[in-house]
Design a protein around this ligand. Sequence first.
Ligand code: GAF
Length: 389
Amino acid sequence: MNSRSDTVADRATSRFQHAYGQAPAGRWAAPGRVNLIGEHTDYNDGFVLPFALPLRTVVAATPQPTGSWTVCSELTGETVSFGTDEVTHPGRVTGWAAYVAGVVWALREAGHAVPGARLAVASDVPLGAGLSSSAALEAAVLAALVDLGGLDLPAERQPRLAQRAENRYVGAPTGIMDQSAVIRCRAGHALFLDCRTERVEHIPFDLDGADLAVLVIDSRAPHRHADGEYAARRASCEKAAGLLGVPALRDVPSAGLDETLARLPDDETRRRVRHVVTEDQRVLDTVALLRAGQVRRIGPLLTASHASMRDDFAITVAEVDLAVEAALTAGALGARMTGGGFGGCVLALVEADQSDRVGAAVTTAYADRAFAAPTVTTATPAPGATRLD
Ligand code: GAF
């Protein structure tokens, strides 16, 4: 039933009608995201600068009696049902449906009277590519339940709740960036987020107007040990903050960093801290350049961010390093891995008329190393989660 020409919203409706024999009461969409710069800074209370992608997850939904939820997805073809018991105890629903049950759990924990619902999910956000497919699912389900139940939960309070679903119900110790991006981003803008205060500023990021493009290159590298390594990075940052006597690494000034690092017990911890502190500064520098309309000049900051992730934070893999190198050699203004790491996507800032050339150069470099062919697309900043109809 999923013809390739159907839009994702059409597919959500057909999936809904097929599963439940009725039309949905409404459809809600949430995008994937890329992070322009600011990696592994969110759980250190620091700064990030993501933008939303035109790729979206759509949830079609209608109310059903309170205390029961049924969800089907085109991604697996499965239908999963759960009741109040499963949303009282984190972990009772597993797999992709845990993100749905987690949102119900987090809403109930926050004291909301969550409506029961029938839901159907369709998505263009690729799974496992580091483009926040999980946050897109959480945000689309959350938007649907908030509207269906008439719940009092404004958009600025939704990211924290979705993050709680992921941290506590699903069990992934992520920060606040992805949920904030997919809920709070605006078309044509990057989202400058202070992860401590959750204050946001929408920074104009007009690629077309500057004759620039952002390539998103899916390295297709399998995620190797991503979950355990992510948790390990987070733990070492928190331990380092404790050793330095600060609430979070965001509080370590970049001035005098070498003296601060000298107070740490080992080289690995020093490198982890150096990445986070210098990355926060790169976000601030990038924002300053974008505010001044100097988009081309952010290229070297992107490339420096990649070097820091590769050499100090140790979260890159051969495929992403190769994509960055090949893009830069072919003339990209800057390139870096985006997202949590250990695979996923690389973004490259290029002159618009160089997009094809840079994409082809990366593809050739992959073929030379016998890596699986990467997929290369261009990304323009899209809006965050919204009700479609
Ligand atoms: C993943 C996490 F979900 C985010 O919270 C963030 O830490 C990111 O990795 C790294 O910047 O996407």
